[in-house]
Design a protein around this ligand. Sequence first.
Ligand code: CMX
Length: 433
Amino acid sequence: MILRDKISAQLPEWRERVKTLLKEHGETVIDRVTISQVYGGMRDIKGLVSDISYVDPAEGIRLRGYSIPEALKLLPRPEGGDMPYVGGLYYLLLVGETPNPEQALAVEDEWKARSVVPQHVFDMLRALAPQAHPMQLLSQAVLALQSSSVFARRYEEGMKKDEYWLPMLEDSLNLTAKLPGIAAFIYSLKYRNGIVPHPDPERDWAANFAHMIGVKDKTYEDVARLYFILHSDHESGNVSAHVTHLVASSLSDIYYAFSAGLNGLAGPLHGLANQECLGWLLDVHKKFGGVPSREELYKFAWDTLDSGKVIPGYGHAVLRVPDPRFTAQMEYARKHFPQDELVRLADLVFDVVPQVLKEQGKAKNPAPNVDAISGALQYHYGVREFDFYTVLFGVGRALGVTANAVWARALGQPIERPKSLTTKMLEEAAKGQ
Ligand code: CMX
């Protein structure tokens, strides 16, 4: 298999590189840690490694060194498509090289061969409470697949540490292959008739999602590709990526680990912000009977803050500029449907909210993040049940966290175990200064 062969070929050099770094420079100090960081969600503490993506505060994400516009331009596209194959992106994340069309299609073919979702997963989802949030369904579905983990079976049988990454790759491909079908089923179960068409072998991974969810407009295939690519990876410290890595570091398989990561993504300060944001835009739209004036929106934004709420889709723990993932989606919307009311509203919010947050003076980054516009695109195509939107985020996020998990196994990253202190110890450390 192409991914296995490509990673295999790189591994000896990578292992040597890490071994030498640790042996010769293991005691080199790279950063200092302050009490506010210890008490403040470990913000900016450099304690994780990922060679797959890096978020530059002043520039945004780079996937294997490529900015979002560069990646979208370089990755191979389907004929007539505006956006690249997601299989090509997965190749880039896993292998670190830009794939040619055959290589991107090889990943797409791997996914096709592994896409059948076992019946017990559908049965289990049907048995859950009707009011269960779609993210609960997604997390449970991933967990239900755990019984098929190749890693868990091979570990039980006994396997050398050097080989751990191989079944991790198998599991990652099996899991990611099934996610579009699972997500489409969750959508249909919650909001339609619970029936999903079979995947179409002629379509790629993202286009199949568009097909299975029932959006007829062909351009939604591009939106699906764009969406999954943009949400794939955002280095390792965000909640969903970090939780997945943390759980997998105990040698749990990817199903246990990613199910846990999804539970973190379901929080309103993280992935759920996309549903919250669309809800906020709709509240504005309803209150003013359309797109309000600048002044009306300014007051509405202040009312949100004064009521003790955050403005969803704005702010970021690392970024200090508008999120390029926001920009890519906004550019798409402006190009393809500039007159859409929610897109016009999201554009106005982009004009007004940063100013409001600056005036309030709390948020370190008053600019939009990925969630500020993503829902408006889905809404345009008729995917209007906005409590489903974080599921879409989760499907995309699987690509990044599984790629990281494969490499963490390949390079033998150990179980995570940071050290905690008591408040008294911190007070004493402060006195000693
Ligand atoms: N609206 C109102 N207040 C905000 C804000 C926003 N959009 N963003 C930050 N703040 C506030 C914080 O709540 C914090 O207030 P307190 O001092 O009272 O606790 C203060 O500004 C400082 O926060 P920060 O250091 O700028 O941001 P954090 O790193 O603590 O948090 C984030 C980052 C994303 C959780 C925060 O900006 C936020 O809550 N944004 C809205 C929710 C959102 O869009 N989340 C999605 C992020 C992207 C993703 O993961 O999907």
